[in-house]
Design a protein around this ligand. Sequence first.
Ligand SMILES: Cc1ncc(COP(=O)(O)O)c(C=O)c1O
Length: 495
Amino acid sequence: MTFRQARWDEPLIWERPSSDDDPHPIGDIPGIPASLRRKQPLDWPEISELEVVRHYTRLSQMNFGIDTSAYPLGSCTMKYNPKVHETLARRRHATDIHPSQPVESLQGELELLWRLERALTRITGMTEVSVQAAAGAHGEFAALLMIRAHLQERGELGRRTEVILPDTAHGTNPASAAMAGFQTREIPSKDGCVDPEALRAAVSDRTAAFMLTNPNTAGLFEPDIAEIDEIVHGAGGLLYYDGANLNAILGVTSPGRMGFDVAHLNLHKTFSTPHGGGGPGAGALAAGDTLAPYLPVPRIVKRGRKFALDYDRPKSIGKIKFAFGNFGLDLRAYAFILAHGEDGLRHIAHRSVLNANYLGKRLGTVLPRPFRPLVKHEFLLSGSPLKERGVRTLDLAKRLLDEGIHAPTIYFPSLVDEALMIEFPETESRAELDRFVEAFTRCVRDTPENLHGAPHSLSVRRVDEVRAAREPILSRKDLQAAAKLEAAPPDAPRP
Ligand SMILES: Cc1ncc(COP(=O)(O)O)c(C=O)c1O
């Protein structure tokens, strides 16, 4: 399959000329008092629907997406989003509701959220779930506030100030802990997993919680999870489960069975709702017996045949998001769960683990694989041998784009030199995995010159990321100014 990306010299929509030669005068909208009317017409072009459609279609042709090819970003679980979910989420019941509507007029929506929370309670093996959080990191932060509130009630908040994390933890984990007012303490992994001895040495009467992703970001299921539970709880701390990798264990085991006190799930990963580019997301919070009373309010409750909002939870950390959560995403996640059923969800875990192990075995002959070979849903490769040829993992990632494949996650986790983290969820076929093996092998064997210059076939060439951050080009005017600067002699004064 050959890939050639479209190249449009597409201006920003604000920079397009108006398609209407005779834009509407702004001042004469009936019913708006003169004092509230604009004195000047808005400085926006007036563009027809056709022009808008063409603009965004062209932009989409210069982009990567799950609908055009695989998106093997490890830890992100980039799945196909079934189109029927979009149809459901665009129905009036989802789009035309208002959070201040009387509860009696929201019975269907509340029932859906209530049912979703129950389905997630069963999947996680926990006591109660709230779908209010807007993203994984939001769920993490809220869960740490719940831990804080619980420690305060136990009279131990002043002493238990430390959150322990393994060095495989996602960056949002320490960030959430710090935002919730805890100090973070990192422990080194052994063979990619938590070293019980290191954990034993780190816990103390200052331990508030241990945050763990399982399977972890190396794709490995923590073999000592029972011992971890015993060490953390034995020291009086709480166990936090980062559920970003739940895809690998759906219907097979659960954070509840593993002894966790609280968990966040990324509905936008495991339950196939759109994500990427910063959102939207949905980070369900699942709590066991100890922390369930602290979940955000309102709780959605069923009284007789009616659904209601319950604010009467004295221990709750309060409301963490306007309305009840990202309803459209919750709706998609519920549709996904119903469409798969219990056996279907378990099949997802089996299939994603099979995909990772098939690919890992084949690519393990191309680049070295750190840690043990049997993984769950994702695996790591190290691009370190390429350094001898002056090639970095970043070059490989850029070169893959020329093959029409989005790059895997790179340089994470940091305990692996030149790491590539690869995840092909269950929605990817064997043919797509084989295509990836061929393309990846071609890229690894390419010449250093070709790799350094990649991508070659895209609408946008490799950007100087440092310069892009320091001197961002956000409009045509910036572009013209940058071109002028480039043409100027090197000793000319720079703005
Ligand atoms: C392991 C892990 N934890 C937490 C997060 C944060 O989730 P979100 O991006 O929804 O805030 C991610 C996101 O990639 C992740 O991979």
